[in-house]
Design a protein around this ligand. Structure first.
Ligand code: FNR
Length: 301
């Protein structure tokens, strides 16, 4: 995996499934992260080749629940993001997908209580020894690129110190979301504090936060790569210098969801986010999406 001037689709729970990743790539994303998947869940899965769709599916044993779906077309740019608090479990989960993805990323920024109470996500930010253990275990046993994604700590000095320890542990790149754990999404991302990390490290830094237009990719100066979440969720053509209308992108997204048999809960969630941003869930279209019971219903909206 190369990290030079890359535009990156951020990990997004319920959004970053195969159709959305392919959509983003279609508009120009170079690297596409999957939604965070918890190691506990992944290790309950078996790997299946889905001949009908041409995909590789990771299906929860004893169920039909597809936890992760990928295809050869995205093999060289897809990042499998994992939530974990344990090196051995992380490795067991990563080994299952290692042949099918370009990189494995550890989520060290999720502030949700579900993650923190399980010792995952942002809980890792205060456990540098555990971070070291997880990264070195993955590095020693896998051929994949290993990365992680952090948030800012209380001070820029603390963030830089942690980033240096993570670099030493052997990651190939570090994604930095320019907000602290208690910050809300509406709080501005601190690009200057990301720049401090860029200046301190030799490995590529992937800058993340508040990229809403194609021009913003250039405005985060200094970072090797730039990662976008909400800007892409609302309109995935942000990766293209000539933005398409959100209605066109939405139609293309639905088409991809049908093609790749996306989980209807993920399709509905993503569409609702788009509609709520540009229109309203109170209008006919939004109400119809909410009422849809399956992908066919969604396609008729
Ligand atoms: C996220 N984010 C996130 N981060 C992560 O590391 N793993 C994840 O699974 C998710 N899930 C997720 C879902 C949704 C709907 C959103 C909006 C965000 C955080 C995301 O990757 C990113 O760090 C922040 O949203 C900041 O980037 P933007 O939105 O300012 O470009």
């Amino acid at each position: 995996m190369e990290y030079k001037n890359k535009h990156v689709l951020a990990p997004m729970v319920r959004v970053g499934t195969l159709p959305f990743r392919l959509l983003a790539a279609q508009y120009g994303a170079d690297i596409t992260y999957g939604e965070e998947i918890i190691d506990h869940k992944m290790i309950k899965c078996d790997r299946h080749i889905n001949e009908y769709l041409g995909t590789t599916d990771f299906v929860e044993r004893g169920t039909e629940n597809v936890v992760f779906r990928t295809c050869p077309e995205e093999r060289n740019r897809v990042v499998f993001q994992m939530g974990t608090s344990n090196a051995v479990r992380a490795l067991t989960a990563a080994q299952l997908v290692s042949k099918d993805v370009a990189a494995i990323d550890i989520n060290m920024g999720c502030p949700k209580s579900f993650s923190i109470s399980g010792g995952m996500g942002a809980a890792l930010l205060s456990k540098p020894e555990l971070i070291h253990d997880i990264i070195t275990t993955l590095k020693r046993n896998l051929d994949n690129t290993i990365t992680c994604k952090i948030r800012l700590l209380k001070s820029s000095e603390d963030t830089v110190e942690l980033a240096r320890r993570i670099e030493k542990a052997g990651v190939s790149a570090l994604a930095v979301h320019g907000r602290r754990v208690p910050d809300r999404p509406r709080d501005p991302a601190k690009w200057d504090e990301i720049a401090d990390v860029v200046a301190a490290l030799s490995i590529p830094v992937i800058a993340n936060g508040d990229v809403f237009e194609y021009e913003d990719f250039e405005r985060i100066k200094g970072a090797t790569c730039v990662m976008v979440a909400r800007g892409a969720l609302w309109n995935a053509s942000i990766f293209s210098p000539s933005k398409s209308s959100w209605e066109d992108v939405k139609r293309e997204y639905v088409r991809q969801c049908i093609l790749w048999d996306n989980d209807v809960k993920s399709t509905k969630h993503t569409l609702k986010e788009m509609i709520a941003h540009y229109s309203s869930l109170e209008l006919a279209e939004g109400k119809a999406v909410i009422k849809s019971a399956n992908t066919e219903n969604v396609a008729m909206v």
